[in-house]
Design a protein around this ligand. Structure first.
Ligand SMILES: Nc1ncnc2c1ncn2[C@@H]1O[C@H](COP(=O)(O)OP(=O)(O)O)[C@@H](O)[C@H]1O
Ligand SMILES: [Mg+2]
Length: 246
């Protein structure tokens, strides 16, 4: 479903992504792990068109999407959660999802007062899938941190993505919130038949959510396999138990 071929990106003298080849199958739950600075977020920025690669190609469902701008990438069905920046803190949780749906369906924002009654069922359905039904009337700015993350994931679902990219969605969460949100992500991805790529630097979290794991280190993919194979690999162990451990 998505393939990356020979992708390379440098920032000045630093090669953040170094000739990376990756393939992700439809409906697979994959993780990319690696210590901080490995290049994980840069890889997402390249896939979503927020950065242009120096070399290489990105193929999505057989189509070359390299260098397409972000709004076109989201139109082809690649959704990504951003850290808060697209939440409207003074609007309710419900309205945040509803507006994301308007935008995804190109409904003019100026008509919002008349549009208030539109897409309510779709909005409720997304709220339900991210577990925010009972908080739908709360102002989004007052949601607890873990719930804001759920809202961000809900906003990413508004474009009806086929592929969902989540960049460390559990960062800053308590262990309990972490367990809850990883369970929720797994459930909603399966229910909606999505392909998931989940970035994480904590190996333990990854093992609870992925079928396939790719290990990144210094801009390269150094190992791919099942969580079990990754756990047993000596090189991966070295990175995580050595001085690079975060
Ligand atoms: N916009 C940028 N400009 C310069 N350097 C960057 C930029 N984005 C990332 N980097 C550098 O690229 C490397 C990889 O970063 P990043 O992809 O954020 O890693 P990760 O998400 O795995 O922690 C780091 O050394 C980081 O400092
Ligand atoms: Mg990162």
């Amino acid at each position: 479903m998505i393939e990356v071929e020979g992708l390379t990106k440098s920032f000045g003298g630093l090669t953040a992504i170094d000739n990376v080849y990756l393939k992700f199958k439809k409906r697979e739950l994959s993780s990319i792990i690696g210590p901080n600075g490995a290049g994980k977020t840069t890889l997402f920025n390249l896939i979503t068109g927020h950065l242009s690669p120096d070399q290489g190609k990105i193929i999505f469902n057989g189509r070359d999407i390299t260098n397409l701008p972000p709004h076109e990438i989201s139109r082809v069905g690649i959704g990504r959660s951003f850290q808060r920046q697209n939440i409207f803190p003074r609007l309710s949780t419900f309205e945040n999802i509803q507006i994301a749906l308007f935008s995804a369906k190109h409904i003019n924002g100026k008509l919002f007062s008349q549009a208030k009654n539109m897409l309510r069922d779709e909005t409720d359905e997304i709220l339900e899938s991210v577990g925010l039904t009972d908080k739908k009337l709360m102002q989004a700015g007052y949601l607890a941190y873990g719930d804001q993350k759920r809202l961000e994931i809900g906003i990413a679902l508004a474009i009806e993505p086929q592929l969902l990219l989540l960049d460390e969605p559990t960062a800053g969460m308590s262990p309990r919130e972490t367990i809850e949100i990883t369970k929720l992500i797994k459930k909603l991805v399966k229910k909606r038949g999505l392909t998931l790529i989940f970035i994480e630097h904590d190996m333990d979290i990854v093992f609870g959510i992925s079928e396939k794991v790719k290990v990144m280190h210094q801009g390269r993919i150094i190992f791919e396999g099942t969580p079990k194979q990754v756990k047993a690999n000596a090189e991966v162990q070295k990175i995580y138990l050595g001085k690079d451990k975060k």
